[in-house]
Design a protein around this ligand. Structure first.
Ligand SMILES: Cc1cc2nc3c(=O)[nH]c(=O)nc-3n(C[C@H](O)[C@H](O)[C@H](O)COP(=O)(O)OP(=O)(O)OC[C@H]3O[C@@H](n4cnc5c(N)ncnc54)[C@H](O)[C@@H]3O)c2cc1C
Ligand SMILES: C[S@@+](CC[C@H](N)C(=O)[O-])C[C@H]1O[C@@H](n2cnc3c(N)ncnc32)[C@H](O)[C@@H]1O
Length: 620
């Protein structure tokens, strides 16, 4: 499998003598001198037959090559707002290899007034960190989505998954920017096109028109904009393209109400699915098995070669930020310092330079700066991850499951079976607990057995070898310690900043199948205290004597497969039975990602993850 390792090269805002934004990388302008918005309205919106073509549709998807300063997006947003018969959902997928910083974007869009001013401000506020990969932004209470694909279109067009109704072809001039007009690219656009899809461009170069035709479009000329005599319009040849899948909002059963189940249920409920979550652990309270799990760490995974785990974790953490921002008290951004052994410091610094990630996402923190970063001096440095956050899992699970579209039921599912397109969750005694056209198995280590019973003939060898590992965290009284950190410190174990007077340290790994979930042990406490003492370079005695109440802490389970990636995706061709499990030690990073993959698939939305990453996590 080939994974992208190319760092992003951001653009910088420069204007030419006529005051038009211009690219120093390509030597061309971002839009016609006669006006970006008028060009967008004439060439891209009008050229695709909009707003007429979307009238009466529930969902309409536009794909653009070259997001630039977002003028086309803003003009389309306004046209959608103003159109009486607009689709309920508008999705905009746009490729951009050289995104601007939020500051440059704000400066470039500063001239807009009135309604567009508000839209431009909302775009700038939602602008993501300049990280390669897909970024999902939402506006208008989620009815308008923007999926920004940061990276080269040569690579990302092959990675996109969407059903597109209209294309805005807006690269720089083909002579200066051939990658944006290649026949291969047009072939990929046809791959993601819905039947009847249209395309429009200011460009009417003969080669571009011939390549569009070779890829499967019927191409015609139309009057151009801003002094250009002609522009191009195109429609996909009959017989090509996907049948536009109407969004499915059927009821869903979720088996398991831990992090995986709560993340799934929430993303689905937000799209209008009626969700029933079954888990015997709800007998303990609304957070189920995470009652008492007061604080946990969400630290991005980072590898020196930006491997699939790092890229998936980036996607998961960014999507979690989108979904959790309205939930009070579940998330504290504090940053994480991941300690690195002295011998590894050089290779890590070189890797960080080569990856060129934004410093607020990942940067080297030398030993001398550890005190300023974390509040705790350390003898060796590490990698500073600005997106590291303290999470309150008990509150998070309860808040996600409190959505009106979710019903929780404190029952164990003995078995799932399907008849006539309907899944039934049965109790151990065979009573029907819930019925729905779709089901999700989010039952951690019980997932392989539930899947094997539901689909006896399907082989999932990787999943069948799932391992289960128990463990606990320990709670320490901040007042007894007298000093603490203000960020997460991670390495062999982890340590969280204090929350309501308690520091959480983690964690133990035990194979004991008899370990009772929720009940920390004395031996486990001592093991964590020793780990944390090593991590923070301090004597264990002070930590031992700072123990909170003896039964205070949390114990639970991790379930993982051999490559330590989560397992997320449909188990059957009809996409009626899904899996969301094998979250290992990173449940907080995977829980939203999984929910968004399933919800976007059923909702006919552009998927928020590259195809090769979807493949890396699919059930096998
Ligand atoms: C000590 C410890 C510390 C951790 N710290 C962190 C951390 O700091 N950050 C982080 O991201 N992750 C952490 N993790 C990992 C995290 O807890 C897991 O990744 C996460 O809980 C996995 O989510 P899950 O929903 O798959 O499993 P769980 O959260 O365990 O939930 C699975 C649920 O399925 C239910 N279930 C099982 N079988 C059935 C059935 N047949 N019918 C109905 N329900 C069923 C169970 O009752 C359970 O409630 C930690 C784990 C442990 C043990
Ligand atoms: C004409 S501008 C787009 C203007 C934009 N649509 C707007 O509304 O502001 C072309 C854009 O294509 C981007 N681009 C050029 N080559 C690219 C490539 N190979 N992959 C992805 N984007 C590319 C440029 O960085 C630039 O932002």
């Amino acid at each position: 499998m080939r994974f992208q390792r190319e760092p992003l090269r951001p653009a910088s805002l420069v204007f030419n003598e006529q005051g038009v934004p211009a690219s120093t990388l390509y030597g061309d302008v971002y839009h016609a001198r006669a006006g970006a918005l008028d060009q967008a309205r004439h060439v891209f919106i009008g050229g695709n037959g909009l707003p007429g073509r979307w009238s009466g549709r529930d969902t309409f998807t536009v794909c653009e090559t070259g997001f630039g300063l977002g003028h086309n997006f803003l003009a389309l947003w306004q046209a959608w707002r103003d159109a009486p018969g607009r689709p309920r959902h508008l999705h905009f997928l746009s490729f951009e290899a050289h995104p601007f910083s939020a500051g440059d974007l704000a400066a470039a869009l500063a001239g807009h007034a009135g309604e567009l001013r508000g839209m431009a401000d909302a775009l700038v506020r939602a602008w993501p960190p300049l990280l390669p990969g897909l970024h999902r932004l939402e506006f208008e209470e989620g009815r308008l989505t923007l999926t920004l694909a940061f990276g080269s279109v040569e690579y990302l067009a092959r990675q996109a998954e969407a059903g597109v109704d209209a294309f805005f072809l807006d690269g720089f001039a083909p002579r200066l920017n051939p990658a944006m007009w290649s026949r291969e690219l047009f072939g990929q656009l046809v791959r993601i096109a819905n039947a009847g899809a249209t395309a429009a461009s200011w460009c009417c170069a003969g080669q571009v028109r011939r390549d569009l035709a070779a890829a499967g479009f019927l191409v015609s000329r139309a009057p151009g904009f801003g002094g250009k005599r002609q522009m191009s319009r195109a429609v996909l040849r009959p017989g090509l393209g996907r049948m536009a899948a109407p969004p499915r909002r059927d009821a869903v059963i979720v088996v398991g109400g831990g992090l995986a189940g709560a993340g799934m249920a929430h993303s689905l409920a937000l799209r209008g699915h009626a969700v029933t979550v079954l888990d015997p652990a709800f007998a303990r309270g609304p957070a189920g098995g995470h009652e008492g799990h007061r604080c946990a760490a969400m630290t991005p995974a980072l590898s020196r070669d930006d491997n699939p785990m790092s890229r998936l974790s980036r996607a998961g953490i960014l999507l979690a930020g989108l979904r959790w921002k309205g939930l009070p008290g579940v998330h504290e951004a504090c940053g994480s310092l991941v300690r690195v052994a002295a011998a590894e410091a050089g290779p890590w610094q070189s890797a960080l330079e080569a990856l060129r990630l934004p410093p607020e996402w990942a940067s080297w923190c030398p030993a001398a700066e550890t005190a300023a970063r974390t509040g705790w001096p350390l003898s060796t440095g590490g990698v500073w991850l600005g997106a590291g956050a303290l999470l309150r899992p008990a509150r998070l699970v309860a808040a996600l499951l409190a959505h009106d579209g979710i019903t929780v039921c404190a029952r164990r599912v003995g078995r799932l079976n399907e008849r006539g397109g309907i899944w039934r969750a049965l109790s151990d005694e065979g009573a029907v607990l819930a019925e729905a056209p779709r089901a999700v198995i989010a039952a951690a280590a019980d997932a392989p057995a539930l899947l094997a019973a539901a689909m006896p003939d399907a082989g999932f060898p990787k999943l069948a070898r799932m391992q289960r590992m128990g463990g606990q965290v320990a709670h320490f009284r901040a007042a007894a310690l007298g000093r603490g950190t203000r960020s997460i410190v991670a390495g062999a174990g982890y340590w969280l900043p204090q929350d309501e007077g308690v520091h959480v340290g983690g964690s133990t790994y035990v194979f004991d199948p008899g370990l009772a979930a929720g009940r920390p042990s004395d031996a486990g406490f001592r093991e964590v205290a020793l780990k944390v003492a090593g991590l923070l370079e301090t004597g264990p005695e002070a930590l031992m004597s700072a123990r909170a109440a003896p039964d205070d802490g949390w114990a639970g389970w991790r379930a993982a497969v051999s490559d330590h990636l989560p397992v997320i995706g449909p188990a059957d061709a009809r996409r009626s039975l899904w899996l969301a499990c094998a979250y290992g030690s990173r449940g907080l990073s995977w829980m939203t990602l999984a929910g968004e993959i399933m919800a976007a698939t059923l909702g006919a939305e552009p998927l928020p993850l590259e195809r090769e990453l979807l493949k890396a996590v699919r059930p096998r």
